[in-house]
Design a protein around this ligand. Structure first.
Ligand SMILES: Nc1ncnc2c1ncn2[C@@H]1O[C@H](COP(=O)(O)OP(=O)(O)OP(=O)(O)O)[C@@H](O)[C@H]1O
Length: 314
């Protein structure tokens, strides 16, 4: 059963295309990570799905209806990227206030306990640390026993312990049958929580796959060198030649260098660049000129990805 869906969802802000024909199906019981660098369109997609923004073209569905319909929204929980909490209210009062909007809210102590903040119930929110506020904001998404929860970078600003406590709360909700879509910059976070990951870059869905498949893609290294001619080398997943420099994309740079030396190929200027998640996806997409991103076919990203999986043709 599909609980949330985007079909060719596009959102423009003036000339800027924040989201470019994004497709996404979120099934009941899934915990899906939305991953991408700054400005990739993660918040935009979440905001469309929860009815905070409208699509410029394409469509979104929430629980089979319009996300702007209050009946659909009552069944979801949301933690936006930034939350304002009334500074003079105590944590317990904020929970009670939000609880009052739902027919069968999670009891206050249970909710706060789940997210490791039960000792804060009597504190005014204005005096909480950034991390404590963040945990409260995330906990509030769960108060109405939602079917589906949307979390926009839930653990930003949290220390390691707080992050793990929050992950436990999210996992428990999922283990009880809840559905989650959460955005993150951190591959580690997605790996810890999600089985499926949707990668966004420059407004496009670049990949939608299992975490392990994406990890393989992210594990790509760029080995750059200057060489007149190169033999076919095992393990090379893509080749680019730019300004006389050959860039070999591989998941095992050490082996590739051993193979190069073993083949007796003369080369110079060897560089191996480890790619962070962000680098990897920027590298995949950076051939797309900005104007192509604004008007080009969505398959551009898929082509880039396919290029990485082509066998070496050197
Ligand atoms: N209200 C707005 N007005 C104008 N541009 C916007 C607005 N909201 C988002 N954008 C732009 O749309 C693009 C996508 O932004 P979005 O916030 O969805 O990215 P993101 O992936 O969530 O980024 P981050 O990881 O930095 O939060 C960005 O270029 C951003 O500047």
């Amino acid at each position: 059963m599909i609980l949330a869906r985007a079909v060719q969802a596009t959102r423009r802000y003036g000339d800027l295309i924040a989201l470019d024909r994004a497709d996404l199906d979120l099934h009941a019981g899934e915990l899906v990570g939305l991953l991408g660098p700054n400005g990739a369109g993660k918040s935009t997609l979440l905001n469309l799905l929860v009815g905070l923004r409208r699509t410029s073209s394409g469509r979104v569905e929430l629980l089979g209806g319009d996300p702007r319909d209050p009946a659909s929204r009552r069944q979801i929980g949301v933690t936006p990227q930034e939350t304002g909490l009334p500074p003079t209210l105590r944590v317990g009062e904020v929970v009670d206030f939000v609880s009052a909007h739902y027919p069968d809210p999670v009891p206050r102590a249970e909710l706060l306990g789940r997210f490791g903040i039960d000792d804060l119930a009597r504190r005014q929110t204005g005096g909480l640390s950034g991390g404590q506020k963040r945990r409260l904001a995330v906990a509030l998404a769960f108060v109405g026993r939602p079917r589906l929860v949307f979390l926009d970078e839930p653990t930003t600003g949290l220390d390691v312990t707080a992050r793990r406590e929050l992950w436990d709360g999210i996992r428990q909700f999922h283990a009880d049958g809840g559905t989650v879509l959460l955005s993150s910059h951190y591959l580690e976070e997605i790996e810890a929580l999600a089985h499926r990951v949707v990668v966004l870059g420059r407004g496009r869905v670049l990949a939608d796959d299992s975490v392990s498949a994406i990890r393989d893609l992210v594990g790509v290294r760029r080995v750059s060198l200057v060489a007149a001619e190169l033999p076919a080398l095992p393990g090379v997943r893509g080749v680019e030649r730019i300004d006389g420099v050959t860039h070999l994309l591989t998941t095992d740079a050490d082996q590739l260098v051993r193979d190069l030396v073993g083949a007796g190929v003369p080369f110079s200027g060897l560089e191996i660049r480890p790619t962070s998640l962000e680098d990897a996806f920027l590298a995949i997409t950076n051939d797309a000129a900005p104007e192509a991103v604004q008007t080009g076919p969505q398959s551009g990203a898929v082509q880039s990805e396919a290029r990485l999986t082509q066998p070496a043709d050197v």
